[in-house]
Design a protein around this ligand. Structure first.
Ligand SMILES: *Cc1c(COP(=O)(O)O)cnc(C)c1O
Length: 405
C-alpha cells in the first residue's frame, strides 16, 4: 500500500516543499511519484502513469525489477560500502561480467555519468602523455554535446545556459559540428589524444548523425592513433535496439563510457570500459572514488546486465521501437515537424514548444519530458509491450491532433 505522511499527502504540498527547500535547478512536472513497477508509476494521490522518460534511460529494465531489487537488498544486508581500500566479493565478478559484456579487458567503475566521462578524459590525457609524449593534449568533442555537469564538462558544452557563470573552464577541448567529417579532420593536430562523442545525441533532442559518421570517426581515430571514446551513458545497454548505439555501424570504440541503466534504476553505477593498454595508465593513487564500484553498485550492475540478456531487451527495444515509430508516423498532427529515433529512443520534434504537450500528456496518464524546448522524447522502459504502446499512442494521438491553444 502507498504510505502517506499526514499533512503531506497532496501534490501541492510537495511542490510547496520543493519550492521552499529545494534549489531551483530543475523544472519538474507537478507529479509526485510514490512507487513504480515495470513501465508504470503511481503518484502520491494514487494516479497511474506510463513513464516515457525512464529517468533519462536509467529505468531500461522497468521500475523495481525484482531481480535487481533482490540483489541490492541482499547485498545491503551484507556489507554496503567497504571502499576500494579493500576488495569485496561482488567487485571482481562485476568487472569480469561487464568487461565480457563489452568485449573489452578492463573496467573502471565510478558512480555517475559525469564522473565516468571525467575518468575517460583523464585516461586519454595520461595515455597521450605516456604513449606519445603529448604535454598539451586536445580532445575533440561535438557541438550540442551533453556529457554531464562538472566544470570541465560544461566548459566544452555549446549550450550557453549550461556554462554561464561557471567559468573559468578547463582548456584542451576542440568543438566541431556533429556529423561533419571534414571539420573533424581539420581539428586533428599532433596534440589530439581523443574524440569524445555520443553516437546519438540525447539531450540535444535525439540527433542521429548521418549514416556512416561513426565509422568515419573510427577511421579518423585509427588512422591518427587517437582514442575513440563513445559516451553510451544514455544510448547504451539496449536503448537504441542494439547493445550499444555504435553497433548500428559495427563500430567498436576504444573506450565505452556507460552509466544510467547500468545500475538497474536503483543505484548510480557508471564505468569506463576499455583495454588494458589504455586503462593501465592509472596506477595506485592516480584516480579513485569512495563509492565507485561499491558492493551495492556491483550487485545492481550484475543483476542489470543479466536481465538485459535474459529478457532480450535489445531485440525488444528494436522491435517495439519500430512498431512505436510506425504508429507515431500515422498520427496526423499540424504540430509535428519530424519523428526520429532508433529502438526506443525516439524524439518527436514539434514546430512549437513541447512543454504544453507534455503537460497535456501527463493529464492523459503519460509522463514525458521535453528536451530542447521543441522535442518530446519518448524513451519508455525497454520492457514495454506493443499493447502498452497502443494504449499510449491513442493518448498521444489525442493530444497531438487536438488544437490546444
Ligand atoms: C546523462 C548523461 C550524462 C551524465 O550522467 P550523470 O549521471 O547525470 O552525471 C553524460 N552523458 C550522456 C550522454 C548522458 O545522457
Amino acid at each position: 500500500m502507498i504510505k502517506r505522511t499526514y499533512g503531506y499527502d497532496t501534490t501541492e504540498s510537495h511542490v510547496h516543499l520543493n519550492n521552499v527547500y529545494g534549489v531551483n535547478n530543475y523544472k519538474p512536472l507537478p507529479v509526485v511519484i510514490k512507487k513504480g513497477k515495470g513501465v508504470w508509476v503511481w503518484d502520491i494521490e494514487g494516479n497511474k502513469y506510463l513513464d516515457f522518460l525512464s529517468a533519462y534511460s536509467c529505468q531500461n529494465l522497468g521500475y523495481c525489477h525484482p531481480k535487481v531489487v533482490k540483489a541490492v537488498v541482499e547485498q545491503a544486508k551484507l556489507c554496503g560500502n567497504v571502499s576500494r581500500a579493500f576488495l569485496h566479493d561482488e567487485q571482481g565478478l562485476f568487472m569480469k561480467e561487464l568487461a565480457n559484456f563489452c568485449g573489452k579487458d578492463a573496467v573502471l567503475p565510478m558512480n555517475t555519468g559525469a564522473e565516468a566521462v571525467e575518468t575517460a578524459i583523464k585516461a586519454a590525457r595520461k595515455w597521450g602523455l605516456k604513449t606519445k609524449g603529448i604535454t598539451e593534449p586536445e580532445i575533440i568533442v561535438f557541438a550540442n554535446n551533453f556529457h554531464g555537469r562538472t566544470t570541465t564538462i560544461v566548459g566544452f558544452s555549446t549550450e550557453e545556459h549550461y556554462r554561464e557563470g561557471f567559468g573559468p573552464f578547463t582548456p584542451g577541448f576542440k568543438i566541431v559540428p556533429f556529423g561533419d567529417l571534414s571539420a573533424l579532420l581539420c581539428a586533428v593536430t599532433k596534440n589530439t589524444v581523443a574524440v569524445l562523442l555520443e553516437p546519438i545525441q540525447g539531450e540535444a533532442g535525439i540527433i542521429i548523425p548521418p549514416n556512416g559518421f561513426l565509422k568515419q570517426i573510427r577511421g579518423v581515430c585509427s588512422t591518427h592513433a587517437i582514442l575513440m571514446m563513445a559516451d553510451e551513458i544514455q544510448t547504451g545497454l539496449g536503448r537504441t535496439g542494439k547493445l550499444f548505439a555504435c553497433d548500428h555501424e559495427g563500430v567498436v570504440p576504444d573506450l565505452y563510457i556507460i552509466g544510467k541503466a547500468l545500475g538497474g534504476g536503483l543505484i548510480p553505477v557508471s564505468a569506463v570500459v576499455g583495454n588494458r593498454n589504455i586503462l593501465d595508465v592509472f596506477d595506485p593513487g592516480s584516480h579513485g572514488s569512495t563509492f565507485g564500484g561499491y558492493s551495492l553498485a556491483c550487485a545492481a550492475g550484475r543483476a542489470a546486465l543479466s536481465v538485459i540478456v535474459e529478457e532480450d531487451l535489445c531485440e525488444k527495444s528494436a522491435e517495439v521501437g519500430e512498431y512505436f515509430m510506425t504508429k507515431l508516423r500515422e498520427i496526423n498532427s499540424p504540430f509535428v515537424k519530424e519523428i526520429r529515433g532508433k529502438g526506443l529512443m525516439i524524439g518527436v520534434e514539434l514546430n512549437t514548444k513541447a512543454r504544453p504537450f507534455c503537460e497535456a500528456l501527463m493529464k492523459e496518464g503519460l509522463l514525458c519530458k521535453e528536451t530542447h524546448d521543441m522535442v518530446i522524447r519518448f524513451a519508455p522502459p525497454l520492457v514495454i509491450t506493443k499493447k502498452q504502446i497502443d494504449w499510449a499512442v491513442k493518448r498521444i494521438k489525442k493530444v497531438l491532433e487536438v488544437k490546444l491553444f
